[in-house]
Design a protein around this ligand. Structure first.
Ligand SMILES: NC(=O)c1ccc[n+]([C@@H]2O[C@H](COP(=O)([O-])OP(=O)(O)OC[C@H]3O[C@@H](n4cnc5c(N)ncnc54)[C@H](OP(=O)(O)O)[C@@H]3O)[C@@H](O)[C@H]2O)c1
Length: 329
């Protein structure tokens, strides 16, 4: 098999570590695992953070990047009885998705719905599990709730907009540029506020005066003012990402007076049993696999040889949805 590792750049270059394909031994699945021949792998912001050494893989995970993939099962662990060789699956991974083969815990595998391409399926697990865990399991989203999604154009954000809508919520979003606002509106978010505008807080107050039950925060410090402006009394601030910084001035008196709830967590570093519980809940109750179910938004696909360009594209931002590596290209 082959997989990607980040190598230090040429000392003369000031650039970041470089993704390089390398040969490796094909792993054997443990009793509760399956071996997947990877047909497509999703990229995530965490891959860039890992490349830049801001985010180490959790203990027990390999240095091979990649938090999700789709492909066919080519070997089964001895205790896996409900899957078959050849099944089309996608999987939430702790690492290792940028590879021709990867082992995945059986409990973190989902069937690829009929009619879906492998590239679509590869873009599903991380964004869906993150959105589901936060909105449903931590945030307790109910039909009729009002949800604000920061970075609504991102991989997780686009999925969260679609998921919250599918669960009966009304959804608003923030993005950094006006060009993306219209595209996010077409996904079903309204209003969509440009968070970098000087009058963003006033605009949000005017356009969503009733406030939000839930804010899904993928951004952190730069939008904390919008979060606190937007939350209604009793609202829930679901802290998922801190790309713009992790320190905010927060009046605890405000938290008490407005009965705010703040949650946080990183899906990658959850114990295996908790990841399994999220995927089991998605499998049981998620609207993702229905014929008219929600699908991930794909921004671009690259061949495996284009992994450097794919990561550069992700880093440039301004995307709507996810980037994937497509191994059929
Ligand atoms: N806690 C968890 O379990 C978990 C799981 C998955 C993801 N995450 C986090 O969720 C966030 C989104 O992940 P993703 O993979 O969906 O990301 P992504 O597709 O790469 O999108 C990143 C988003 O963040 C915006 N952004 C980047 N830097 C920013 C800054 N300095 N200020 C404001 N906005 C900024 C980008 O805006 P532009 O497009 O305009 O550049 C884009 O909307 C990341 O922080 C990631 O680490 C957390």
């Amino acid at each position: 098999m082959r997989h990607v590792l980040f190598q230090d750049p040429d000392p003369a270059s000031a650039g970041p570590p470089v993704p390089v394909w390398a040969d490796a031994a094909t792993p054997t699945p443990g009793p509760e695992q399956v071996l997947i021949e990877v047909h497509a792998a999703g990229l995530n912001r965490a891959d860039l953070l890992q490349r830049d050494a801001d985010y180490r893989p959790p203990a027990g995970e390999s240095a091979v990047p990649g938090l999700e993939c789709a492909g066919r099962i080519v070997a089964l662990g001895s205790r896996v009885t409900d899957l078959r060789i050849g099944d089309r699956v996608c999987a939430l991974l702790g690492s290792g998705g940028y590879a021709t083969h990867v082992v995945a815990p059986r409990a973190q595998v989902l069937a690829v719905p009929d009619g879906w391409s492998m590239t679509e399926a590869a873009a599903l697990p991380e964004a869906l599990a993150t959105a589901w865990w936060n909105l449903r399991m931590l945030g307790g989203l109910r039909p009729g709730d009002r949800v604000l999604v920061h970075a609504a154009n991102s991989g997780v954000g686009t999925m969260a907009v679609r998921l919250a809508r599918a669960l009966g919520a009304s959804v608003a979003g923030t993005v950094r540029t006006a060009a993306l606002a219209e595209r996010v509106r077409l996904l079903g978010a309204d209003p969509v506020v440009v968070s970098t505008a000087a009058d963003a807080e006033r605009t949000l107050r005017e356009q969503a005066p009733e406030g939000f039950d839930i804010v899904l925060d993928l951004v952190g410090a730069a939008v904390a003012g919008l979060t606190l402006t937007g939350l209604r009394t009793g609202g829930r601030w679901l802290c998922v990402g801190v790309l713009s910084g992790d320190e905010v001035a927060l009046s605890l008196r405000t938290v008490i007076r407005r009965r705010l709830v703040l949650t946080g967590g990183s899906i990658r570093s959850l114990p295996a049993a908790e990841k399994a519980a999220i995927i089991a809940d998605v499998r049981r109750r998620g609207p993702w696999a229905a014929p008219d179910g929600i699908r991930p938004v794909l921004a671009a696909a690259y061949p495996p040889a284009g992994v450097t360009a794919a990561l550069e594209h992700l880093e440039r931002g301004g995307l709507l949805g996810k980037i994937v590596l497509d191994f059929s290209r």
